[in-house]
Design a protein around this ligand. Structure first.
Ligand SMILES: [Zn+2]
Length: 244
């Protein structure tokens, strides 16, 4: 048996990951079940991550946990907001694109996004966890072919930096607003990386995502979790399945 983590869906791209003595919180803009408060009450070292300043990813309210937080690891576009600059300087790490930070048993590497801010690769407790932020292949049906081509090019360019990425778990958008194109980004991402489990995000109000029959490359199927209700929780065994 490998190690396990417990993962709780907060809302939109918000996720909580609890390992052995550590807690990671990603893009907690709203937490209807109060899962973060409960996790902090259980103790352990807590790290908050925010991929960018958009309202559906960043809430200044996370500052209220400062006394129980080791570090806020924030995309540096948040520094442009007055609310962003109020985070305690001694506990805040600002990351640009292709940046990194290491300390206290955690290593963070940032990548570019195809929207605003960054995506993150976090290494902690023997786990490698990727959170895409708003990095995705944003193909919109109501935009011109030219704009969609630019979006695709930007995505493919960034994917080159992620080719072969090895991670135990990846959080990636499968956005219902993209309709039939909602799987383009996560499909390409899963096919070109070596991620071992996928949890989807950024699809509030749309039916639960499911991988299409050709989503995975043959023989490369991995466990998938597409929560749609805040507070949904799974345990993931390293190299294994999501279980409830
Ligand atoms: Zn977003």
């Amino acid at each position: 048996m490998g190690q396990t983590v417990t993962i709780t869906y907060l809302l939109n791209s918000g996720y909580l990951v609890e390992g052995d003595g550590w807690t990671l919180v990603f893009d907690d803009y709203q937490d209807p079940p109060g899962a973060v408060e409960q996790a902090l009450a259980r103790g352990g070292r807590c790290f908050f991550f925010v991929s960018h300043a958009h309202f559906d990813h960043f809430s200044p309210e996370i500052r209220r946990f400062a006394d129980r937080t080791e570090r806020y690891i924030l995309s540096d576009d948040i520094k442009g907001l007055a609310e962003g600059r109020r985070f305690p300087a001694d506990k805040t790490v600002w990351l640009g694109k292709y940046d990194g930070w290491e300390g206290e048993g955690i290593k963070v590497t940032s990548f570019d996004s195809t929207d605003q801010g960054t995506s993150f690769l976090v290494e902690i407790g023997g786990w490698r966890i990727f959170h895409a932020g708003d990095f995705n292949w944003w193909h919109w049906y109501d935009e011109s072919d030219e704009d969609n081509k630019l979006a695709k090019n930007g995505f493919m360019k960034q994917m080159k930096k992620l080719d072969g990425l090895d991670a135990d778990l990846a959080f990636f958008p499968a956005d219902g607003r993209l309709w039939d194109a909602r799987s383009l980004g996560p499909k390409e991402f899963c096919r070109r990386t070596a991620v071992k489990a996928l949890a989807t995000m950024h699809s509030v109000g749309y039916p639960r995502w499911q991988p299409e029959p050709d989503f995975f490359a043959p023989g490369r199927e991995i466990p998938v979790w597409a929560p749609d209700t805040p507070g949904e929780r799974r345990t993931l065994t390293q190299g294994g399945e999501f279980t409830s």
